[in-house]
Design a protein. Structure first.
Lengths: 227, 423
């Protein structure tokens, strides 16, 4: 899968590229509106990560051009302006997703995966790791083809892990993703642990080949067991 | 004290001694004038007696109905030397016809007959009651005082109100003014030079403060925006490190701590942006929001997150309480109030949340009263809490101001009570 990063900040561009290459993507970068325009004219991409505020133009104009030319690229807007209008305008112009800065790289790759999944017609709609399959739209989890009943929070946690396989996930970040922004001042994360424990038990009982491992007291990582 | 009352009191106080002085002067000049007249009459009378006596004619009768009286006493030379030739004074004289003593004016003079004998002549005529006169004068003075006072006050009020109208127009305008709510021009439809200057000065001061307010808002907004990209870079690099193959447990712990600190900064930044957006009125879409449902949801969530503290909370809520607000702002308001109570509660205490009428009240136990004025300020914290942005209650107030809700804090029976009232 080929990705174009349009971002004017060199440091961010570099680390984004490095991270996405490690994820197995082919990554090109552009630092200006003109450079991005040239690359888009010459090559085709599967996904474009588009910063709105570029030194020589507005990213929204680029988006407009892409869509008017009928290109099939997926576009994810990454913007420092968290303003609602930008988000609405971007999505109205045909962007597939909107990610306000600053974001977690893990979140970005999850969004890329999700956008790619949505655009692949006919393929599986959900996420698969090992013998575990999760369909976020229908709210279904299957282990080895057998439906597994999960509670809402357990489902959300599993979904989060399945979209970020192999990543170290901080408890605090997981809590914020599942419970909402307002867990920021929790004294401990025992409420996260309680849910993880139940989820682990259910997965194990169903014979899942994935496991949520605790890492250094701070976080978790989902690993696929060798079978 | 209102200016008009102060003026009234001052006028009363100033008029009082002036009127007293006036009464005294009036009385004194009156008495003087009367005495003068009476003394003239006495002098004529005494001359008549002396002339008659010298001419050997018959003296006037003592009881001729005029109440005048006189006496002639021979005196020796020594006595004469010790007395003035003529002397007027007030005296009490017994009037035989009335059989009573009355105030009188008395003239004492000395003359010598042809034989060289000295005589003292005393002539007196009943005078008026000075006490009566004084009382009457005082009575009329009080009457005059009150009359003058009412007239002066009435006139002053009338003039005051007519002429100070522009001042009250300006004051009313200032009362209605809220910083950062656009520039309604100061009304300036008066022809009085001083008030025109005052209005112009007020307009200038307000323009200045509006400009500063705007600058400050923009600065916070811009600074927060500018921080977003460096924060994203920092976060991405930390993630890269953490996911690397050669990271050991100690390093991973440090990195995750850094990430948590970083997300604190990110949260702070995001909250500042939110505050700026609220100040800039960037939440136009309103819908019907059920506050009761929001509260219930948030209390449940907090109950789960802070389960380890063993707090007791059973919200007393109606089935629904619907208000017209922007949904995300309603959520900001409710979540921050409820979260605040959970955050600042000691383990095992009770949190009280209720909606009564159009008022939402959230209370939690606390040691001592907080500064009710400053508690809603940005970054004001009674006690520093790890991970706290210090902006929660500032957000509550910003949202409340946005919708003109009444937000209050009081300390009651050892509990911090926060309330929000919808109009």
């Amino acid at each position: 899968m080929k990705i174009l990063i349009v971002e004017d900040e060199p440091s961010l561009r570099e680390v984004m590229k490095r991270t996405l290459v490690r994820e197995g993507y082919v990554v090109e970068t552009a630092g200006t509106f003109a450079e991005a325009d040239d690359k888009l004219a010459a090559y085709a991409y599967d996904c474009i990560l588009l910063d709105i505020m570029l030194p020589d133009g507005n990213g929204l104009n680029l988006l407009e051009r892409i869509k008017s030319e009928g290109k099939r690229e997926n576009v994810i807007i990454i913007s420092a302006r968290g303003a609602m209008e930008d988000k609405v305008a971007g999505l109205d112009l045909g962007a597939d997703d909107y990610l306000p800065k600053p974001f977690h790289m893990m979140e970005l790759s999850a969004r890329i995966r999700s956008v790619a999944r949505r655009s692949q017609n006919g393929g599986q709609r959900g996420f698969t790791q090992g013998n575990v399959y999760l369909d976020p739209e229908r709210g279904v989890v299957q282990v080895n083809g057998v439906t597994l009943e999960l509670l809402k929070k357990e489902f959300d946690i599993l979904s989060y892990f399945l979209q970020r396989p192999g990543h170290t996930i901080d408890k605090a970040v997981l809590a914020e993703a599942v419970w909402g922004d307002h867990v920021d001042q929790a004294d401990d994360f025992s409420f996260v642990y309680a849910q993880i424990r139940n989820l682990r038990r259910k997965l194990e009982k169903a014979g899942a080949t994935v496991e949520i491992r605790s890492l250094y007291n701070f976080g978790y990582k989902m690993v696929v067991l060798d079978t | 004290m209102k200016l008009i009352y102060r003026l009234a009191v001052r006028l009363c106080l100033v008029l009082l001694p002036i009127m007293a002085l006036w009464v005294w002067l009036f009385y004194a000049s009156m008495v003087d004038e009367i005495n003068d007249e009476v003394d003239d009459a006495l002098e004529d009378y005494s001359e008549l007696i002396v002339i008659r006596m010298m001419a050997g004619q018959e003296l006037p009768g003592l009881n001729d109905g005029s109440n005048n009286s006189y006496s002639i006493t021979p005196v020796d030379e020594r006595y004469v030397a010790s007395r003035p030739m003529i002397d007027y004074r007030d005296a009490e004289v017994y009037i035989p016809e009335k059989k009573e003593t009355e105030p009188a004016r008395m003239l004492t003079t000395i003359f010598r007959d042809d034989a060289g004998q000295f005589y003292e002549l005393r002539v007196s005529t009943p005078s008026f009651e000075k006490d009566d006169l004084l009382r009457t004068a005082a009575y009329w003075a009080v009457f005059l005082y009150l009359f003058l006072l009412l007239t002066v006050l009435g006139l002053t009020l009338l003039v005051f109100q007519r002429n100070l109208r522009p001042l009250y127009v300006l004051l009313r305008w200032l009362d209605d003014y809220h910083p950062g709510t656009g520039n309604r021009p100061v009304p300036n439809d008066t022809t009085i030079a001083e008030f025109r200057r005052l209005n112009v000065a007020a307009q200038e001061a307000l323009d200045r403060s509006e400009a500063l307010h705007e600058q400050q808002k923009q600065f916070i907004g811009n600074a927060s925006h500018e921080l977003q990209t460096p924060l994203a870079v920092l976060g991405a690099r930390l993630e890269w490190l953490l996911d690397g193959p050669d990271v050991n447990e100690r390093q991973a712990g440090e990195i995750i701590q850094m990430q948590r600190t970083l997300s604190h900064i990110v949260r702070l930044n995001r909250t500042l942006l939110l505050l700026t957006k609220i100040d800039n009125n960037q939440f136009p879409e309103n819908s019907d929001v059920d506050i009761a449902a929001l509260v219930r949801e948030q209390a449940e969530l907090c109950g789960e997150i802070y389960a380890s503290r063993g707090l007791v909370c059973s919200p007393a809520l109606p089935g629904s309480f619907t208000v017209r607000m922007n949904e995300s702002l309603a959520s900001v308001l409710v979540t921050n109030l409820v979260k605040n109570a959970y955050l600042h509660s000691e383990p095992g205490t009770r949190i009280d949340i209720r909606i009564e009428g159009r008022m939402l009240t959230v209370s939690n136990e606390g040691g001592e009263a907080l500064d009710g004025e400053r508690i809603f300020e940005r970054f004001y914290q009674g006690s520093k809490k790890e991970g706290s942005t210090g902006l929660g209650l500032a957000l509550v107030r910003a949202v409340a101001n946005y919708y003109a809700l009444e937000v209050g804090y009081r300390f009651e029976n050892g509990r911090h009570v926060f309330s929000v009232t919808w109009p």
